[in-house]
Write a protein that binds this ligand. Structure first.
Ligand SMILES: [Zn+2]
Length: 100
């Protein structure tokens, strides 16, 4: 599993946590958060007491990673476009997973 990655000069750490009610209430499909100013992303590895599958965790890491890239590029409009971020990150994840 990815533990950290670098975007430009900044190193981001990846933290896996159980989901918390306060975040869960905010948005039903929220599986992680990008905290660009703190240089970290947080991804839930447990959801309603069930373990999140590794593939799902990895896809969420890619999703949050795309947010951090777009934030770093100051492309906040794109970063706030969840449909763009989700589709782009799923395809990027597939491309990297199937790369030979
Ligand atoms: Zn998102």
């Amino acid at each position: 599993m990815i533990k950290s990655f670098q975007i430009g000069a900044k190193t981001y750490t990846v933290e896996l946590e159980k989901n918390e009610q306060r975040y869960k209430d905010k948005k039903d499909d929220l599986l992680g958060r990008a905290m660009s100013p703190l240089g970290k992303i947080v991804v839930w590895n447990e959801w309603d007491g069930g373990k999140m599958p590794n593939d799902q965790i990895e896809q969420t890491i890619f999703h949050e990673m795309v947010h951090t890239i777009l934030n770093e590029m100051n492309r906040f409009n794109l970063s706030e476009d969840e449909e763009f971020v989700q589709t782009f990150s799923l395809l990027l994840h597939q491309a990297i997973r199937t790369a030979k």
